[in-house]
Design a protein around this ligand. Structure first.
Ligand code: PLP
Length: 362
């Protein structure tokens, strides 16, 4: 799939939203710039999210928006980023961004980071003097691990790089700096001819891929590493667990030895970008029958039925962008709240949100 030097693009050319949300307002793509001496560029001080918005018959629908924004707030809290943004503001901004972009489907990238106050610049490791900035961008992103991967599966390796240790960098925060570790894992995999790498934790148990959680199927049971294996608490992972429960497939969180990957009946990745991608080989050893396994297929089928709005989710997982109404909140104007799940064929409200509460992040 990738040339030996790893220099291939891993995605199809993206269509990008013309505007970016910044601290409560929309700005043109070309104005979304940072100073080169920003704290984040020097010390990696950012937290972010990756959210998919799916094309459905009722227009674009953002998948598990609230949960993603809650995770962003959790990541910010861990890194003592005192930004003053609320989850509702971030959700409303995302809805409005998708609406204004005109994209039928896209990937949303909320990003909160320590920037630079050019009047009073601060250059040290201490992040507190640096202001915080929050941006949300959007682009149309194809299948992260390739178009064929969803059906045929990917060839992966176990990385020589370990995942972060719990008391060095918290894997449960989705911090930009964590992705230096992910890049080592990904680059090593690509230059050796694999699509992705699986990292072990500091004790040698399976942790996760560079940008995905991992699941193993053995004797009809689905197994996934616990949070204590230095994983990101994936929202797709949580969705898979809930789908398994709905399908009466037993699912457990348990430490997984590297060797268990080789003898598993099925393996698959879960993640916002990768969605549910089967793994067909690990370290050139064929997993199961070397393609997508039956349990993976069933979970994948339900997942895509839910994300396309064709099947009811176990919870309120989809935010329909064109079906949000305006609500006055008092002091500061409006925020978008979801209209109750519309009945098929009803003329549910599509009044645009015209004003967002501008919460300066710094
Ligand atoms: C390191 C890592 N693990 C797991 C995941 C999957 O998380 P989610 O399903 O919330 O996208 C991601 C993607 O965000 C990731 O970067």
């Amino acid at each position: 799939m990738f040339p030996k030097d790893g220099k291939a693009k891993d995605i199809a050319s993206p269509r990008i939203a013309a505007e970016i949300w910044r601290n409560g307002e929309f700005i043109p793509w070309s104005e979304a710039r940072v100073h080169v001496m920003s704290h984040v560029l020097n010390y990696g001080s950012s937290v972010f999210e990756g959210i998919r918005c799916y094309k459905t018959k009722r227009g674009p629908a953002i998948f598990r928006l609230t949960e993603h924004m809650q995770r962003l707030l959790n990541s910010a809290k861990i890194y003592r980023m005192d930004h003053g943004l609320t989850r509702d503001e971030l959700c409303s901004a995302s809805v409005e961004l998708v609406r204004r972009s005109g994209l039928e489907q896209c990937y949303l990238r909320p990003l909160l980071f320590r920037s630079l106050d050019e009047e009073h610049p601060a250059f040290g490791v201490n992040p507190f003097p640096n202001p915080l900035d929050c941006y949300i961008g959007a682009w149309d992103w194809g299948k992260y691990l390739g178009d064929e991967a969803i059906e045929k599966g990917v060839d992966v390796c176990v990385s020589t790089w370990n995942r972060l240790t719990p008391n060095s960098m918290p894997a449960m925060a989705k911090a930009g700096a964590n992705y230096m570790n992910s890049q080592l894992i990904k680059m090593e995999a690509l230059v050796n001819g694999f699509s992705e790498g699986i990292a072990l934790d500091d004790r040698g148990f399976v942790s996760e891929g560079s940008g995905e959680n991992i699941f193993l199927v053995h004797d009809g049971k689905v197994v996934t590493p616990p949070l204590s294996s230095s994983i990101l608490p994936g929202i797709t992972r949580d969705s898979v667990i809930q789908i398994c429960r709905e399908l009466s497939i037993p699912v457990v969180e348990s430490g997984i030895q590297r060797a268990a990957l080789y003898v598993a009946d099925e393996l698959f990745f879960s993640g916002t970008a990768a969605e549910i991608t089967p793994i067909r080989t690990v370290d050139r050893i064929t997993v199961g029958t070397g393609g997508r396994g039956e349990i993976t297929r069933r979970i994948q089928e339900v997942f895509f039925q839910i994300t396309s709005g064709e099947r009811e989710a176990p919870g309120k997982w989809l935010t329909y962008v064109n079906q949000m109404k305006q609500e006055q909140t008092g002091n500061n104007g409006f925020h978008a709240t979801p209209v109750q799940e519309p009945i098929e064929g009803s003329a549910a409200g599509s009044e645009p949100v015209t004003k967002l509460h501008a919460a300066a992040a710094d």
